[in-house]
Design a protein around this ligand. Structure first.
Ligand SMILES: Nc1nc2c(c(=O)[nH]1)N=C([C@H](O)[C@H](O)COP(=O)(O)OP(=O)(O)OP(=O)(O)O)CN2
Length: 165
């Protein structure tokens, strides 16, 4: 019977500071604001004869890379049914919401393939970016990954991947 374990990664530098606003309806959104988002990743899989699941530095590095990619940016939902985003030739962004126009310089904004910049969507995108097609996790006999994102202490949302292979 294979022995399994779960490695939990929630290092101090697994975080990103970003701006956003949550959209609640076609006419109601929050004002622009930001958070110091924290990231938690857990890896569950089989421990081999060498007493290891896998070198978790591989996955910690990938998580830190994603944190850096989302650090110090303003996040907009690119797939929102209520907010419409367009880029000009310079890559600067005009976002339209309920008759309002919000403008951003290309350097300041990240347009996410998300319906909303919510904890749910951030956890999903972070997890999908980390796991990809699951190949490196399967190769390391990792069968279950949980990614959690918090907007502040005590407020988390999770996303999971399981290897059904
Ligand atoms: N299901 C979700 N609901 C809400 C989300 C979300 O991501 N998913 N996000 C928000 C707000 O964006 C977020 O809560 C705003 O943070 P803050 O201004 O800090 O207000 P909080 O309520 O989180 O903090 P308190 O200190 O508890 O007031 C709302 N809903």
């Amino acid at each position: 019977m294979a022995r399994t374990t779960t490695i939990e990664l929630h290092k101090e530098d697994m975080k990103f500071a970003a701006g956003h606003f949550t959209i609640f309806s076609a006419t109601h959104r929050e004002n622009l604001h930001g958070h110091n988002f924290a990231v938690f990743v857990s890896l569950t899989g089989e421990v081999l004869a060498d007493g290891m699941l896998a070198d978790y530095d591989i996955f910690k590095g990938a998580a830190l890379k994603q944190c850096r990619a989302w650090n110090e940016t303003f996040m907009l939902p690119g797939n929102s049914r209520h907010l419409h985003v367009e880029k000009d030739a310079r890559g600067d962004v005009l976002a339209r919401f309920n008759g309002e126009e919000l403008r951003f310089l290309a350097r300041d904004v990240t347009i996410l393939p998300a319906e909303n910049v919510s904890l749910e969507e951030l956890a999903r995108l972070f997890g999908e970016g980390l796991v990809g097609d699951g190949g490196s996790f399967r190769a390391n006999r990792i069968s279950h990954v949980v990614v959690k994102i918090s907007s502040e202490p005590g407020q988390w949302c999770s996303w999971e991947w399981r290897d059904h292979g």
